[in-house]
Design a protein around this ligand. Structure first.
Ligand code: DGT
Length: 259
């Protein structure tokens, strides 16, 4: 009987996996992606949020325990190392952030979402594309990733996306757009220890990268399918965390975008 149930579940899972809507939420640091993702999740049973694996970057040894041979080092915080010494650690950071993004986004749909009656959706906080076209590219332009590292990164990134990309293909991108000044204020308010040294200038560069990729479409992207992914631009300048009217407006726009 358990075998039969398992087969039924797998069939249902496979058929539903094909109809999943995959959406990525993009935007500058501290713009409110996690808050917005939670809003989407709470708005209905059909959305599953795949959070950005920041805690894995803050605790690498715990994350890699199962897959690394030999003695464990004391816990390393790669996020802190990258901000502290970007020239030394940016390439390492991008390998780990991209791999952990891919790994979490490839995980199967939650049972709760599978059982919903509507079209199931997975919402990603950022994507393997922002990993490359926002952060890694910016680090390369800042000189924190050298040209050899950049060539190596792009080579394995293209290979991975070509091999696995069809399983996490995006149906849409939601761009939460706010000024770098607003993001700086929000970043200061949340007080994440690793981010204390971030300057406005860094957020301005990341903002320009988002605008080039998602608004001006001037970023040279390697993946043909990515160019065709529709982008919903939402004004995140307004504080939406506690304002239910603003939240309803934003959710209506998302609903219209995907209907
Ligand atoms: P939210 O929910 O909009 O407030 O977003 P955050 O700030 O929690 O999440 P996010 O994606 O901006 O990233 C968390 C931290 O990790 C932040 O300090 C930026 C950094 N980060 C994220 N992805 C990358 C990456 O690919 N490369 C580099 N260098 N840093 C990254």
């Amino acid at each position: 009987l358990s075998c039969l149930v398992q087969i039924k579940y797998s069939r249902r899972h496979m058929s539903r996996s094909n109809e999943i809507k995959r959406v990525s939420i993009e935007g500058n640091i501290a713009v409110g992606k996690s808050t917005f993702a939670k809003l989407l999740q709470n708005a209905g049973q059909d959305w599953e949020v795949i959070a950005e694996p920041v805690s894995k970057w803050q605790n690498v040894d715990q994350t890699t325990k199962q897959t690394v041979d030999g003695a464990q080092q004391p816990s390393s915080n790669l996020l802190e190392m990258m901000y502290h010494d970007p020239k030394r650690w940016s390439y390492t950071f991008q390998t780990f952030s991209c791999m952990s993004r891919m790994r979490t986004q490839l995980q199967p749909l939650a049972a709760r979402v599978l059982q919903s009656t509507g079209t199931p959706g997975q919402v990603y906080e950022r994507s393997v594309y922002s990993d490359r076209y926002i952060f890694a590219l910016n680090m390369f332009e800042l000189g924190c990733i050298n040209s050899t590292e950049w060539a190596v990164y792009q080579d394995w990134h293209s290979f991975l996306v070509e091999q696995f990309g069809h399983r996490i293909q995006l149906e849409g991108i939601i761009y939460l757009r706010a000024s770098p000044q607003t993001c700086m204020e929000r970043l200061g308010r949340r007080g994440r220890m690793e981010e204390q040294g971030i300057q406005l200038d860094y957020l301005e560069k990341l903002h320009t990268k988002h605008e080039d990729w998602l608004i001006n479409k001037s970023t040279k992207v390697h993946f043909e399918h990515l160019v065709k992914v529709p982008v919903l631009v939402l004004d995140a300048e307004v504080e939406f965390e506690k304002d239910t009217k603003v939240q309803d407006d934003l959710l209506t726009k998302v609903k219209d975008f995907f209907s």
